[in-house]
Design a protein around this ligand. Structure first.
Ligand SMILES: [Zn+2]
Length: 117
């Protein structure tokens, strides 16, 4: 179910609001996601609003450099990433573990074999 969520990093410097459906989350086994334990919920960038912290984000890119992995300069937590969907539209990959009031243990993510991509 699409719902309005708020979330952000650990220290609070990075805060956002987004409409997203956490039931449609994925867990990925690529070299980054498996280390961070990312639980990703995708939403169009039009359904995502960064309320604060743009200046406090560091960017990391790897592999094909198509995803902008963003983490807080202060606390190091990656609460979202920016990317492009298969149709070329701008997408946000939210770390569902960073959403307020969402119990990640209630999410049953689809497994994505990012290690094989
Ligand atoms: Zn932070």
């Amino acid at each position: 179910m699409q719902q309005m969520h708020s979330g952000g990093c650990q220290c609070g410097a990075v805060r956002f609001q987004a409409i997203a459906d956490t039931a449609e989350s994925i867990s990925c086994n690529c070299s980054r996601c498996r280390r961070l334990g990312l639980l990703l919920t995708f939403t169009p960038s039009s359904a995502f609003r960064l309320e604060q912290g743009e200046d406090n984000l560091s960017e990391y890119k790897f592999n094909k450099h198509v995803i902008s992995h963003l983490f807080c300069k202060t606390c190091g937590v990656q609460s979202f990433a920016r990317g492009v969907g298969p149709d070329g539209s701008e997408m946000i990959a939210i770390n569902a573990r960073c959403l307020d009031g969402v119990d990640a243990d209630t999410i049953n993510p689809k497994k994505f074999n990012g290690a094989a991509v």
